[in-house]
Design a protein. Structure first.
Lengths: 113, 114
């Protein structure tokens, strides 16, 4: 069964450094998403992406964040200058139909020191 | 804006007990409703979903949920839990009118004692 994959599973970085989190959505899916979950808090929507552009973003998704689909398979989230409060689990998701079930990846645990 | 609340943060049950996890949402328009489960060390997986039609929805592993529009609720139930149901359960909502983003509840951590 096809799955969303994410790398790395765990990333540790110093405050102020740039990080790129990678996702490979399911191959025939057209809509891609990033969510994050700070420890002990809710899963929060960050951004959705369709047809090579951002379709929605939350207040969390400020200028420090960007997304890209650099090729036909990867979907990346870049945090330009990490802050301590960016420490969280970051989930990628994808779906074929916009309002349909979203399939989630296993997440990347980002720790900012 | 959409919001979702799950009333129980932690639930501890013995095997064979019945389960009901509450979920309420606030949004005035048409919604799609989901329950996701996260087993220890694994990713979020869909348990069941409601888009339209019969408000009683059956999902995988014996779970079901009932959409009660008048109460803005979508409670998850299972008549007899097993140790393997130990996991965190998330209720989520999206709406065709408010974009495709999922809004999640805070999650309920279920522990089933053998």
């Amino acid at each position: 069964e096809p799955e969303v994959t994410q790398t790395p599973s765990h990333q540790v970085t110093q405050m102020g450094q740039e990080v790129i989190l990678r996702c490979v959505p399911i191959s025939n899916h057209l809509y891609f998403y990033w969510y994050r979950q700070i420890l002990g808090q809710k899963v929060e929507f960050l951004v959705s992406f369709y047809n090579n552009e951002i379709s929605e973003k939350s207040e969390i998704f400020d200028d420090q964040f960007s997304v890209e689909r650099p090729d036909g398979s990867n979907f990346t989230l870049k945090i330009r200058s990490t802050k301590l409060e960016d420490s969280a689990m970051y989930f990628c998701a994808s779906n074929q139909i916009a309002s349909g079930e979203q399939f989630f990846g296993p997440g990347t645990r980002l720790t900012v020191l | 804006a959409q919001s979702v609340s799950q009333h129980n943060h932690h639930v501890i049950l013995s095997e064979a007990a019945s389960l009901e996890l509450g979920c309420n949402y606030s949004y005035g328009g048409t919604v799609n409703l989901f329950w996701y489960v996260q087993y220890p060390g694994q990713h979020l997986q869909l348990l069941l979903k409601y888009f339209s039609g019969d408000p009683l929805v059956k999902g995988i592993k014996g779970f079901e949920a009932e959409f009660i529009k008048s109460k803005f609720s979508f409670n998850l139930r299972k008549p007899s839990v097993q140790w393997s149901d130990t996991a965190e359960y998330f209720c989520a909502v999206n709406s065709n009118n408010a974009g495709n983003m999922l809004t999640f509840g805070g999650g309920t951590r279920l522990m089933v004692k053998p």
